[in-house]
Write a new protein. Structure first.
Length: 250
């Protein structure tokens, strides 16, 4: 386990402190943003799919209400004109009205779609196939069914939304990384310089056994350790060593 850790972190361990801090900051920032973005994308996709479902359910009710007169008066042309108004919905694949005997009464098909409305009413219900969702709505007149409206729409809008969110997250990630690098440059320099000074002071104490060596006062605040306790510990350690030396000499 330790060998694997050495192999994995060896190159990172050998980097300068300033670069280690930069990598740590960027890695933390990237992981946080990616996890947040993934959660937002998953939640938004689920919520937006429900929103689309409700939106097309409402649309089907409106179209069904506007199709009662053409069905009652057997006017397929007027019904087709009503359905043609749905061309503003670019993700609507087709809209079909069927008579009570399940034969096709009027239809609208998006221009780029090859297969439009079936000649007879498909199996009723709501199902998803090949990325297309079908909504079935019974057309009622004075409490009795006079036809069935079928709306079919694709789910490409969800994919487009995901792509937009993904591009937005990528842009935010790049901008945040640039800002983090710029803002952390001075901080990394202060920390690296402070640690380097502390290392030099520690090495000097170890080489000379001179416990009167002190680091700069402002360095203590940068590192986050109060100077008093550190100095007192060093003094106690010095006294203990001297006492031990004197006892040995006697």
């Amino acid at each position: 386990m330790s060998n694997g850790s050495k192999l994995s972190f060896g190159p990172f361990r050998d980097l300068p402190i300033a670069r280690k801090l930069l990598i740590t900051i960027l890695t933390t920032l990237t992981v946080a943003l990616v996890l947040s973005a993934a959660g937002i994308l998953i939640a938004d996709s689920a919520l937006f799919k429900g929103y689309l479902q409700n939106d097309y359910e409402t649309l089907s009710q409106i179209v069904a209400d506007n199709s009662t007169a053409p069905l009652a008066f057997n006017d397929p042309k007027t019904a087709a004109e009503t359905l043609a108004a749905l061309r503003a919905r670019t993700h609507l694949v087709s809209a079909c009205i069927y008579r009570p005997d399940t034969t096709l009464f009027a239809s609208y098909t998006r221009p780029d779609v090859l297969s439009g409305c079936a000649p007879t009413l498909p199996r009723t219900g709501e199902e998803t196939a090949n990325g297309v969702v079908g909504i079935f709505r019974t057309i009622m007149l004075t409490g009795r069914p006079i036809g069935v409206l079928v709306l079919r729409y694709d789910l490409k809008e969800i994919a487009e939304r995901r792509a937009l969110y993904g591009a937005t997250v990528l842009g935010v990630l790049l901008a945040s990384s640039i800002i983090a690098v710029l803002l952390s440059a001075k901080l990394r320099g202060i920390i690296a310089m402070s640690i380097a000074q502390l290392v030099r002071a520690t090495k000097a104490v170890a080489d000379t056994a001179d416990y009167s060596i002190r680091v700069e006062k402002n360095l203590r605040g940068r590192i986050g350790f109060p100077g008093g306790p550190v100095q007192r510990n060093a003094q106690r350690h010095s006294i203990a060593r001297r006492s031990s030396y004197n006892g040995t000499a006697r």
